[in-house]
Design a protein around this ligand. Structure first.
Ligand SMILES: [Zn+2]
Length: 304
């Protein structure tokens, strides 16, 4: 079982000091994927970085500007380009002159528009930061240093940012305290996701600050449980295939019994992500490129 953490004291638009170097302002965009809303982080004092400005909401822009009144925003950092994280970066840059750091929106995400996971771009204009950040690259201000850690999986362009002074990680949607994260192919990739979980675990952070919901403070057991949850899902999928259920449409309602039906379309994409991984590692077979309509078969010597 994942030891989820869900309680968080906040008011929309109100900046809360949540650690010596970190303030958080929550945007009023609650929903099945965003939980209470997007948590925008302000790092430092006087000269600050803003992480994940959030969705294009005027009230949230005002809240960030009010929270940083009398200070200078020197960096805008994006964990990934989903609509609940990045769009406000442009107006925030226009108001402050700060440069935007992150990775650009992949072409297929922009071209496809909003997919049925609810996480895709709804705009044909591709998001491009001013600075394409590299793994290990740091940006800093007075008393703070942020290091980029590439963490593809939830999104191919996902970047987490380590705050060295507090041994903490702004982990975006890679790891969330309130829920598992959606891995939606083709941009989401389960094989990469496992590797990115390992990267975070290896660093031994004291605190994870997801963009949605409260921080995770018991990091190692949480990440371990998060990983085990995925492995358990894989075993369930293999068991479904052993029973003969060979399509995602057949498997998803059984695998996600008791889960909010609004999430089933996204869940189906997670099942596809698992199956792509299982095909890649030689445990499952399907004709052609795996997709939502493929028929999957267990390779007979697969371990369950
Ligand atoms: Zn996301």
């Amino acid at each position: 079982m994942i030891p989820f953490v869900r309680d968080m004291a906040f008011e929309y638009g109100r900046p809360d000091a949540v650690s010596p170097l970190i303030r958080r302002v929550v945007a009023n965009n609650p929903g099945p994927f965003t939980y209470l809303g997007t948590g925008t982080y302000i790092v430092g004092q006087g000269e600050v970085a803003v992480i994940d400005p959030g969705p294009a909401l005027d009230l949230h822009l005002d809240a960030i500007l009010e929270a940083t009144a009398g200070e200078r925003i020197s960096h805008i950092l994006i964990t990934h380009t989903h609509q609940d994280h990045a769009p406000l970066a442009y107006p925030l840059k226009a108001c402050t002159g700060a440069m935007i750091y992150g990775l650009e929106e992949p072409r297929h995400q922009a071209d496809e528009g909003e997919d049925d996971s609810g996480l895709g771009a709804d705009d044909t204009r591709r998001f491009r930061p001013d600075v394409m950040i590299a793994d290990g690259q740091t940006v800093s201000g007075p008393g703070w240093t942020l290091e980029a850690i590439l963490t593809p999986g939830h999104a191919s362009n996902h970047v987490a940012y380590a705050l060295r002074e507090e041994n903490a990680l702004f982990c975006g949607d890679h790891i969330m305290g309130w829920s598992t994260t959606v891995i939606s192919p083709p941009d989401g990739d389960m094989t990469q996701y496992y590797a990115s979980l390992d990267r975070v675990q290896a660093r031994g952070f004291d605190t994870l600050w997801p963009t949605h919901g409260p921080p995770i403070t018991d990091v190692a057991p949480f990440v371990e449980a998060y990983r085990n949850h995925r492995l358990a899902r894989e075993r369930q999928i293999l068991a479904e295939l052993r029973e003969g259920g060979g399509t995602i449409a057949e498997m998803t309602p059984r695998l996600y019994r008791g889960v909010d039906k609004r999430l089933h379309a996204a869940a189906a994409r997670s099942v596809l992500a698992h199956l792509i991984h299982l095909v890649r590692i030689g445990q499952v077979h399907c004709e052609g490129t795996p997709n939502l309509n493929s028929h999957f078969k267990l390779i007979s010597n697969s371990m369950i």
